[in-house]
Design a protein around this ligand. Structure first.
Ligand SMILES: [Zn+2]
Length: 352
């Protein structure tokens, strides 16, 4: 199903790219700028089973994207600058801000050097438990379980269902099935319990993943001192805020910020909602981050930035640089706003 969706999106992007229709749509949907969303930046990996492949691009594709933006004379700016330009209605020049979620070590080792070639600033949203080494990247844990196993048993009703995971295709199907099952469980504790049980049964060291992949506090401190780097908050535990009580959601938002400010000794003014889609961030969460005093908060809802985004500083849309579509031909489509407009049913702002 996910494969099908990828194929459909790819076909849509190809069609837009070939037809040149994105040039016609530009004045309506290109907006005044964009916030790009990235996760990992690292070399492509071998193997067919990469269910989290959409969360990574290569350093080369990052460079090509930056070249494209520079060629089109787009300003590469910080989130503070996005906020300032929107507040002052300063739209003389188009702008793009690069944001990276979760705080991966490859952001420092592989993304920053490429960003530096273009003197381009970046914002990295840190979940404090991940920096602490105690957080859980359950989607990576699940990828490792499925990669390792030839069959996986999951509860269904009072029985166990046995999922084949002996081939790459079977692994993709099993990953999709388990992913949907986990996201549908009533609470995140249930999800965590089931993932931990899977990791134990298949001998995956779940606790080690955050330490392996994420920047620690000791590493974040000098990283945050780099003039190109802004550190933002991304909750304590990387939870789905919309599924928490209001008290817990407020605590996750305010305490993550306090922990980062305390560890790095600098103010944290920007926030990203974990998962960030409709099911994870809505009107209540947009109000909570505003009350907490953040200047901006970003979702994962697709879209460009428009003058009217200034009315929704804690519900800003982003454009995903998706690892499944690392093709230079798609860049004009993405920066024209045609792709995100299509996904949004041709609405400019999606902040309700
Ligand atoms: Zn995240």
């Amino acid at each position: 199903m996910k494969q099908l969706r990828n194929t459909v999106i790819r076909a849509g992007m190809e069609a837009l790219s070939l037809s040149g229709v994105h040039h016609l749509l530009r004045p309506i949907f290109a907006g005044v700028g964009a916030i790009f969303m990235l996760h990992h930046v690292r070399p492509g990996r071998d193997g067919e089973f990469q269910p989290n492949g959409h969360l990574e691009i290569t350093p080369e594709f990052l460079r090509v994207t930056l070249q494209h933006l520079r060629q089109h004379d787009v300003d590469l700016v910080t989130m503070d600058e996005v906020h300032a330009r929107l507040s002052q209605r300063n739209f003389a020049r188009r702008f793009v801000c690069f944001t990276f979620d979760d705080g991966y070590r490859d952001n420092r080792d592989l993304a920053l050097p490429v960003m530096r070639e273009f003197d381009a600033p970046l914002t990295v949203y840190v979940a404090s438990d991940l920096a602490e080494g105690s957080g859980r990247l359950w989607w990576v844990a699940l990828e490792r379980v499925v990669a390792k196993a030839s069959a996986i048993e999951i509860p269904s009703g009072h029985n166990l269902t046995r999922l084949d995971a002996s081939t790459a295709a079977a692994k993709h199907a099993a990953f999709g099935r388990i992913h949907r099952w986990l996201r549908a469980l009533p609470g995140e504790h249930d999800q965590q319990r089931e993932i931990s049980a899977l990791c134990t049964r298949h001998e995956v060291d779940e606790a080690a993943i955050a330490r392996e992949l994420c920047l620690s506090w000791d590493e974040l401190k000098p990283f945050a001192d780099d003039p190109l780097v802004t550190i933002g908050a991304h909750t304590i535990s990387h939870c789905n805020l919309a599924r928490q009580s209001e008290a817990t959601a407020s605590l996750e938002i305010a305490t993550s910020r306090a922990r980062i400010e305390n560890a790095l000794q600098r103010p944290v003014m920007h926030f990203a909602y974990p998962y960030g889609d409709r099911a994870a961030a809505g009107a209540r969460e947009f109000a909570l981050t505003k009350t907490a005093g953040f200047k901006t908060a970003v979702t994962t809802r697709p879209g460009m930035i428009f003058p009217e985004s200034a009315d929704h500083f804690t519900a800003l849309q982003r454009v995903s640089l998706n690892g499944n579509y690392q093709d230079v031909r798609f860049l004009p489509v993405l920066t024209s706003g045609a792709a995100t407009a299509m996904w949004n049913g041709f609405r400019r702002i999606d902040a309700a």
